[in-house]
Design a protein around this ligand. Structure first.
Ligand code: URA
Length: 442
């Protein structure tokens, strides 16, 4: 089979056979197809799409490109969650410890930043000493002993996605339904958990910009995932503004610790409670969302969720004292505040531009070989719908130097729209999708 023939077919918008898809995926996994041909195929798929049959074949071929983890040695129903990627989206670091503290084992394999969105692995690596590379045996042992592990996908799981994900990050081929479905599901189907909650982001900071496209993505993933034999649920959540107030790797770890220690609330906590409740339902621990939520809230009040995070950090070689003293996290040379500079109401945010501002500061990668600066980013103070005055703080910048802080301040300012009229708040989520159908919030 010739890769050039496959490229011609996809360029012309024709359907690839299962054998052709398996050939492309195998070549991505074992390095026999060069990056330039893989990238050309990714762009052809991005531009011409794939049929439902091609999407299923691509997903299953990517799942089967490596090993399938066997977590049966861990007692109970193991649960996991996965986000399609957002800005200030630190839900994993809040929900996973809460769920584990309720007695449902969380065996989570996370990803790195993708495009303008952040990645849990990059955030975890900002904790001094923290390792995200564990063997499968060590991963299983840790979940058995502590109830919680968050690691990088082991080299042997869905290796095709590892290659394609890194290429998509830097070739503008992230926003493609078949590529997202196959990337997420191949990992989740190979990673051994029994129940998976998918958080599909929607809005200006998400890969999918409209609610309809996001619901289609969520439905497709629940359908294919359930068909492949696992319990799946999905929620479509808002990314019309960053979820948490902190954007940047160490800053987002701090944001999560603030929520888990009960110091802050806000949208990050709310969405983590909803996603956590869905995880508890899939894990058979809660009969309803309300029951799940009450159980999770208790883990913040009694400190058991923060204790789970401490245990996980220590087990993975990190400094658990960051849970009690966030100043132990990396801090950059320049920390300074900018004010709104005008009175009014915050009416909109370009969340993608905010993510890009963080990436330009060094919080994400622009090229494959870029090394992330864990300390940089910004804290955004107002939310959409807030009334602000001229001297209300707009953001606190954490930058390598003054020039970076200047550029980031300008980018943040350009990404926020103010209005002279009061405006409403954003909904937190738009739909919950399970194998039984879709529920919309009132
Ligand atoms: N997360 C993934 O793992 N893959 C994607 O394609 C998008 C988000």
């Amino acid at each position: 089979m010739l890769m050039t023939s496959l490229l011609t077919k996809k360029k012309l918008g024709q359907e690839l056979t299962r054998e052709e898809i398996c050939f492309f995926v195998k070549g991505a996994a074992d390095g026999t197809i060069p990056d330039y041909q893989l990238t050309a195929m990714l762009m052809a798929i991005r531009l011409n799409g794939m049929t439902a049959r091609e999407t299923v074949d691509l997903t299953l071929a990517m799942r089967d490109s490596g090993d399938i983890a066997d977590l049966s040695a861990i007692p109970g129903i193991k649960v996991d969650k996965h986000s399609t990627g957002g800005v200030g989206d630190t839900v994993t670091l809040v929900a996973a410890p809460m769920v584990a503290a309720c007695g449902v084992p969380v065996a989570k394999m996370s990803g790195r930043g993708l495009g303008h969105t952040g990645g849990t692995l990059d955030k975890l690596e900002s904790i001094p000493g923290m390792s995200i590379s564990l063997t499968e045996d060590a991963f299983i042992r840790q979940v058995k002993e502590t109830g919680l592990a968050v690691i990088g996908q082991t080299g042997s799981l869905a290796p095709a996605d590892k290659t394609l994900y890194a290429l998509r990050d830097v070739t503008s081929t992230v926003d493609s339904l078949p590529l997202i479905v196959s990337s997420i599901l191949s990992k989740k189907l190979a990673s051994g958990s029994d129940g998976i909650v998918l958080d599909v982001k929607t809005g200006s900071g998400a890969i999918m910009h409209t609610v309809e496209d996001s619901i289609e993505l969520a439905r497709t993933m629940v359908e294919i995932g359930t068909m492949a034999g696992k319990k799946f649920a999905a929620i479509v959540t808002d990314m019309g503004q960053p979820l948490g107030t902190h954007v940047g790797n160490a800053l987002e770890v701090k944001d999560a610790i603030d929520v888990l220690s009960g110091r802050t609330g806000g949208d990050l906590k709310e969405i983590s409670l909803i996603i956590g409740a869905l995880m508890l339902k899939l894990g058979g621990k809660a009969g309803s969302m309300e029951e799940g939520r009450a159980m999770l809230e208790k883990t913040i009040e009694n400190g058991t969720a923060l204790e789970k995070l401490r245990l996980m950090i220590a087990a993975q070689g990190g400094d658990p004292r960051v849970c009690d003293d966030v100043t132990l996290l990396p801090r950059p040379a320049v920390i300074r505040q900018a004010v709104c500079g005008r009175a009014g109401w915050v009416s909109a945010m370009n969340t993608e531009a905010l993510g890009e501002a963080g990436r330009a500061m060094g919080a994400g990668r622009l090229e494959l070989t870029d090394v992330i600066d864990p300390a940089v980013g910004f804290v955004l103070h107002p939310r959409i719908g807030d009334r602000v005055e001229e001297d209300t703080p707009l953001c606190t910048l954490y930058a390598k130097n003054e020039a970076d802080a200047d550029r980031a301040e300008e980018a943040v300012r350009a990404a926020i729209t103010f209005s002279d009229e009061p405006c409403g708040r954003m909904p937190l989520y738009y739909a919950i999708i399970t194998e039984n159908g879709m529920i919309r919030p009132e």
